[in-house]
Write a protein that binds this ligand. Structure first.
Ligand code: ADP
Ligand code: MG
Length: 243
C-alpha cells in the first residue's frame, strides 16, 4: 500500500492569460511507499521543483489528486493544508536559508514558533533534531561559525524538527563542494535507514544512485523506467506461449 499517491496530476500556468497555456506537469502517476528513498532527475525546466512543491502541499495542481497517508491534501481547506504541511512535510532547499543572527538551535526551532508547546519543549525538540544530524555539541554556534556541510545539516535538522513523515529536498547538495555534499548525502542515507521517507531532486548521478529508485522527468512527464536491457515478457500468457 502506497504512502503517497499522485493520480493523473497536471499543472498548467497561464502567465499571459488563458490564450497561452504552459503545461509544466502532464498526467503524473506515481506511488511512493513508506521509508522509500527516491531521487528525481531530469533537465532544467523539466518540472522537478514543481513536482516537489505539488507533493509538498505548497502548489495546487490543475488536475488530479495528491494523496498522502490516505489524505487527499488539496481537498482540505487552505488552513488545514497549512497544518498538513507543518505536520507531514520537511523541506530542504538548495539555498539553506539559515538566519545568520540566530544560533543553530534557534534556526532549528523556527518551525516550532507556532506550536502550542512550552519553550522548554521547543528547545528539547530542536536539540533532538540536532542530535539526529550529529550537531548537538555545536547547537550554540551561529551559521558563520559552522562549515558548509554543517550548515547543510542544520538545514536538514530544521526540516526534521516536526518529525515529518516525508522529507523533500530540492537539490540539497547543489551549492556544496563535493566533500560537503557527501556529508549531507551520508546524513540522508542514514536517516533513510532509520525509516525516513525521502524524495530528493538532484543533478548528481552518484547521489541519485544512493536512492532506492530514480525517477526521470522530461517535459513535465515521468519517463518510463528502463528495463536495463533485459528482454521484457509482456504478460504471463506471452511467457507460457514461449515455453
Ligand atoms: P526544474 O525544477 O526541473 O528545473 P521547474 O519545476 O522549476 O523545473 O519549472 C518547470 C517549468 O515550469 C519551467 O519552464 C518554468 O519556467 C515553469 N514555471 C515554474 N513555475 C512557474 C510559474 N509560477 N509560472 C509560470 N511558469 C512556471
Ligand atoms: Mg528546480
Amino acid at each position: 500500500m502506497g504512502f503517497l499517491h499522485l493520480e493523473e496530476v497536471g499543472k498548467d500556468y497561464q502567465p499571459n492569460g488563458p490564450a497561452s497555456v504552459t503545461t509544466v506537469l502532464n498526467n503524473i502517476n506515481l506511488i511512493i511507499t513508506e521509508s522509500e528513498f527516491v531521487a528525481v532527475m531530469g533537465p532544467s525546466g523539466s518540472g522537478k521543483s514543481t513536482l516537489l512543491s505539488v507533493l509538498g502541499a505548497m502548489n495546487r495542481p490543475s488536475q488530479g489528486r495528491v494523496i498522502i497517508d490516505d489524505i487527499d491534501i488539496y481537498s482540505l481547506p487552505e488552513e488545514r493544508q497549512a497544518d498538513f504541511r507543518r505536520e507531514y512535510i520537511g523541506f530542504v532547499f538548495q539555498q539553506h536559508h539559515l538566519l545568520g543572527f540566530l544560533t543553530a538551535l534557534e534556526n532549528v526551532a523556527l518551525p516550532l514558533a507556532v506550536a502550542r508547546i512550552s519553550q522548554q519543549e521547543k528547545r528539547q525538540r530542536a536539540l533532538e533534531a540536532l542530535r539526529r544530524v550529529g550537531l548537538v555539541e555545536k547547537s550554540g554556534r551561529l551559521p558563520a561559525q559552522l562549515s558548509g556541510g554543517e550548515q547543510g545539516r542544520v538545514a536538514v535538522a530544521r526540516a526534521l524538527v516536526n518529525e515529518p513523515p516525508l522529507l523533500l529536498a530540492d537539490e540539497p547538495t547543489g551549492n556544496l563542494d563535493s566533500h560537503t555534499g557527501d556529508e549531507v548525502m551520508a546524513l540522508f542515507t542514514n536517516l533513510n535507514r532509520q525509516g525516513q521517507t525521502i524524495i530528493m531532486v538532484t543533478h548528481n548521478g552518484d547521489n541519485a544512485r544512493l536512492a532506492h529508485r530514480i525517477i526521470r522527468m522530461r517535459d513535465g512527464e515521468i519517463e518510463p523506467e528502463s528495463s536495463s536491457g533485459v528482454t521484457q515478457v509482456t504478460s504471463v500468457g506471452d511467457m507460457n506461449h514461449r515455453c
